[in-house]
Every structure is written in structure tokens, then in C-alpha cells.
Design a protein around this ligand. Structure first.
Ligand code: ARG
Length: 302
């Protein structure tokens, strides 16, 4: 709050300086500002389109003073002061539904810490993992969901700097003989729909029949029921499920399957370099000031 106020005052000062130097430029550096202006004075705009310039120059401070958008002038996504974040809270310890019914977990805490650095309010929307990427830029501003950076996803979204290394693991029933990649051939494999575990099972494993679930825990339940032979899922959730269903399943290290290391990053609207820069800077600060390690310890442990 304090920081917000400081940024805000700095912005107002910058704004009046800019205005003094040339009202038109000042008013047009921020499209969010123009929006406010347009709605505020529709008749004037309609009546005198050519004099827009004078008008923009005449009243920028008023609008700035009210919404403070100049703090975040670079990114329209957060110009309203709210970062709307999509996640899929079915992926402990990164995200899960907490006792209060709200999304919690490492990623949720991390994005809230980032929001604090940016001086914006963070609103978390829980949705299906498979719809996150397509929702960026419309339903949500960004997504944080233990999401692996992939070339395919990069066609639709940008990614922040990576914040965590991951690896797919294989959950099997106690006593299973599955131990290597070749053992997966022809098996029935449970995965969460649209995840990198799904891509391995569907694209790389010979003759597998793949059961796709919206919730990872349902895949693990079907493993226990004997409906699937194994579940491919990221390491940390695999370890959480191994503990939760101790004695029934075990989690096998993806290294013995030669799976490749993956990187988690925040998915961002394509081309919003201003937002990417702000989020990356916040991430660096959070790492530098020890907050990141504290969150790892609190939520992930090992
Ligand atoms: N890392 C994997 C991927 O990007 C799985 C992520 C699943 N995350 C979740 N919140 N359900 O595909």
C-alpha cells in the first residue's frame, strides 16, 4: 500500500512534467488513459473530433489522479490494477484447494508475492488445466499452474523466466513391474488432460492406451482401482500422491525412464513485453530477498 502510494505520487509528478512539455504526447503514451477519457467525454469527442488534441492535453491529470494507471502504463493487462490469474488447483503442492475453499499452494503464494511487488491486486480463477492457455488474454491475464514451457504452447503464449525445474514421474501400484521406458509400451496410462505427461503417453509411448482425466487425483484413484497400469505426472505431485496413498502406490523417478527435465514458468499474453518485464523483475526481487526460498520451504520442502 505504501509502495503503491509512492509510485502513484511519482506517476502524478511525471505526468504533470510530461503535460508541461506537450500535452498530446503525455495523453497518448497510455492507452488506458485514453479509454477513461473517451468514456468521460463522449459528446465533446463526437462534436469536435479535430480538437481531441486540446482536450486530451487539458485534462490528463484528473484521470491519472483517480485511477493511477500511469504506474503500470506499459501493460494493458494490469492497467486496471488487478492481475487475474488462472490456475488448476489439482496439482499439489503447487496448487490445490485449501481448507477455506480457495486455491492455495506454492504457485498461488508466488503470484501473490509478485502481485504485491507490482502493486496490483491478484485474483485467482480455478479452471481446467486444458483451458488455461486459451483463456489468457480473455478470461485471465496470466496463468500459473506448474506449467511447463513447451514450443507448442509458445505458439499461443509467452512465458516468464522459468522459476522451477520439473521432471515427469511414473506412479505405479505397489509391486508393479514397470521400471523403464520400454515397459510402458502397450500399457494403459493415466494422465491429466493436456499436460506434458499426457503428451509423453499419447505421442511417445508405443501402443499405449491413454486415459485422460481432468483431475490428477482421479487418475491415481483409477490406478488404485486397477483401471490404469500407471500414471505419468510431474515429480512433486507424484510424491504428494505417493504419500497420500502410502502402501498402495509408489512414485518412480523419471530419470529411469529417460524423461527430459522441464521448466515451469508463468504463461503470459503473447507480445505483452511490458508485463513480462515487470513480472520477471518481480520474480528476481523475490528470489533475491529470500521470499522464494521461504515459499519453497513452506510448500514444497525437500
Ligand atoms: N507440468 C505439466 C504441464 O505443464 C503439468 C502441469 C499441471 N498443472 C496443474 N495445475 N494441473 O503440462
Amino acid at each position: 500500500m505504501k509502495k503503491f502510494l509512492a509510485l502513484f505520487l511519482a506517476g502524478v509528478l511525471a505526468m504533470s512534467l510530461l503535460t508541461a512539455c506537450g500535452g498530446k504526447d503525455a495523453a497518448q503514451t497510455d492507452s488506458g488513459n485514453n479509454e477513461v477519457e473517451d468514456t468521460a467525454q463522449p459528446e465533446a469527442d463526437a462534436a469536435q473530433p479535430e480538437t481531441d488534441e486540446t482536450e486530451d492535453a487539458a485534462q490528463p491529470e484528473t484521470n491519472e489522479a483517480q485511477d493511477g494507471t500511469e504506474d503500470r502504463a506499459g501493460s494493458e493487462a494490469i492497467a486496471d490494477g488487478v492481475l487475474t490469474v488462472g490456475t488448476n488447483a489439482e496439482f499439489p503442492p503447487f496448487e490445490y484447494v485449501g481448507d477455506d475453499g480457495q486455491p492455495d499452494g506454492f504457485d498461488v503464494a508466488l503470484i501473490k508475492a509478485i502481485g504485491e511487488k507490482l502493486g496490483v491486486q491478484v485474483e485467482v480463477e480455478n479452471m481446467e488445466f486444458d483451458s488455461l492457455v486459451a483463456s489468457i488474454g480473455n478470461k485471465i491475464d496470466v496463468a500459473i499452474a506448474g506449467m511447463t514451457v513447451t514450443e507448442e504452447r509458445k505458439n499461443s503464449v509467452d512465458f516468464s523466466d522459468a522459476y522451477y525445474d520439473a521432471l515427469q514421474y511414473v506412479i505405479v501400484p505397489e509391486g508393479s513391474e514397470i521400471a523403464t521406458f520400454d515397459d510402458l509400451a502397450g500399457k494403459t496410462i493415466g494422465v491429466q488432460l493436456g499436460t506434458t505427461g499426457d503428451f509423453i503417453a499419447s505421442d511417445d509411448v508405443d501402443g499405449a492406451s491413454v486415459s485422460q482425466y481432468n483431475k490428477a487425483v482421479d487418475a491415481v484413484n483409477d490406478l488404485i482401482n486397477g483401471r490404469v497400469d500407471c500414471v505419468i505426472i510431474d515429480k512433486n505431485p507424484a510424491l504428494v500422491f505417493e504419500e497420500k496413498f502410502a502402501g498402495q502406490v509408489k512414485a518412480l523417478d523419471g530419470a529411469q525412464f529417460n524423461f527430459e527435465v522441464e521448466n515451469y514458468a508463468i504463461a503470459l499474453p503473447k507480445g505483452d513485453t511490458a508485463l513480462a518485464e515487470q513480472i520477471n523483475t518481480a520474480l528476481q526481487e523475490i528470489k533475491a530477498d529470500g521470499t522464494f526460498d521461504k515459499l519453497v520451504e513452506e510448500y514444497i520442502g525437500q
